[in-house]
Design a protein around this ligand. Structure first.
Ligand code: SAH
Length: 252
């Protein structure tokens, strides 16, 4: 796995990857795994497992049907496609070419329409400010050099009064033990090096960036993994490892 990642990073990057807030080595990790994105027993199993939970969390708070949605860092399209199935008009953006290719093929096969584009949140925010009812940016902030910049871009993309959803990994010893040591080393759910602990984000930090960007935090919810049952559940109280945050852009 590590060899595959290393090989990939040595390939010349496409010009579009030279955005200041893109870490090419982070994007390369996902490029090399992209073909397995929709295999529920692959490295992407955790994303498959949490997908119904986060989809319901989002839908219950914004009502996806008929909404204009942008999914930032959409990868192979697990969430983007699921939101389109619920009746949302979805744009999915990512900086990885291979995940987008997989996402496009899969959408075609499942007969659902999603507009996938290779773009950064910042570029989209400059081009389409205030055009989206809902912005989702899940499991992505911990892979970028400047998460605050992505959060500002998400706040710009959403209409006044619209909804923004983030999810990421908390930064504390328990999150390190479970998300890095547990998932990458003990259970081998994820390839080693998938997550860089230093980039994990405390809910207070995420909330601070949201406030600075003019979006108000409404609610947070943990995504809690039970290693015995191997299942996830939402928890309003336990945000110690993986968590979701629901925000709304203030009205002018
Ligand atoms: N949001 C998806 C995928 C998460 S994996 C889900 O939760 O199912 C993280 C994704 O972020 C990868 O597809 C990776 O290519 C993408 N990514 C990393 N840095 C990025 C950046 N700066 N801009 C856009 N996408 C980025």
């Amino acid at each position: 796995m590590l060899t595959a990642v290393a090989d990939h990073t040595e390939r010349p990057m496409s010009a579009s990857l030279h955005h200041p807030n893109v870490d090419p080595s982070e994007v390369a990790k996902f490029e090399s795994l992209a073909s397995r994105w929709w295999d529920p027993d692959s490295e992407f199993k955790p994303l498959h497992d949490i997908n119904p939970l986060r989809l319901d969390f989002i839908d219950a708070r914004c009502g996806l049907a008929g909404r204009q949605v942008i999914d930032v860092g959409c990868g192979g399209g697990l969430l983007a496609e699921a939101m389109a199935h619920r009746g949302a008009r979805v744009t999915g953006i990512d900086m990885g070419e291979a995940p987008l290719g997989v996402a496009r093929l899969h959408a075609q096969e499942s007969g659902v329409s999603v507009d996938y584009r290779q773009a950064s949140a910042e570029t989209m925010a400059a081009e389409q400010p205030g055009e989206f009812d809902v912005v989702t940016c899940l499991e992505m902030l911990e892979h970028v050099p400047d998460p605050g910049s992505v959060i500002r871009a998400c706040a710009t993309l959403v209409k006044p009064g619209g909804h923004v959803f983030f999810s990421t990994l908390n930064r504390n010893p328990k999150a390190y033990a479970l998300a890095v040591l547990g998932a990458e080393y003990l259970l081998r759910m994820l390839p080693r090096g998938t997550h860089d602990y230093a980039k994990f984000i405390r809910p207070s930090e995420l909330a601070g960036w949201c406030r600075e960007a003019g979006i108000e935090v409404r609610e947070q919810s943990g995504l809690v993994y039970n290693p015995l049952t191997r299942q996830y559940r939402l928890s309003a109280h336990d945000v110690s490892v993986n968590y979701l945050m629901h925000c709304r852009r203030e009205q002018p």
